[in-house]
Ligand binder design. Sequence first.
Ligand SMILES: [Zn+2]
Length: 175
Amino acid sequence: MEMTLVLNSSYEPLKVIDWQRAMTLWATGKVEIVEEHEREVRSVSFSFRLPSVVRLLHIVRLRRRPVVQFTRANIYQRDSYTCQYCDVQWTAEDLTFDHVIPVAQGGQRGWENIVTACEPCNRKKGARTPEEAGMTLQRKPRRPLVLAPAVKVTLGIRTPANWMSYLYWHAELES
Ligand SMILES: [Zn+2]
């Protein structure tokens, strides 16, 4: 099933729908097609490429910003599957979570205090702060603003290449 990314008229990613619904929106003049999939649909009288990205022609007010969920997959994705202490990229099976400030010392369970760490670094750090363990965080952990992981995780699909510029555009502006 080919999916279609729907953008606001201001090119803000809104949601993902199936291509049939996107074609209905297009046929009723609600959207314009911005990017197409490689896949073509043919009938006797016509052929067209499936819409990959469509843009609404009238602005839709967002009630609230979509929030990136605090999940294992999203934490790994935020940290690019990279240990935040040794800066080496690992596979998910070799990664663990680390509370930067240990829970015993008042550390919270949240985006700002949990980072991806490989097992050796996590063992070495133990229940200490980075300062106590003489280890340095590669980057300050933050709540991610990027919409892409949320879209990907919710649907469990791979993001088509031609969605990327729309998904990351706003994130780059905000960082
Ligand atoms: Zn490490």
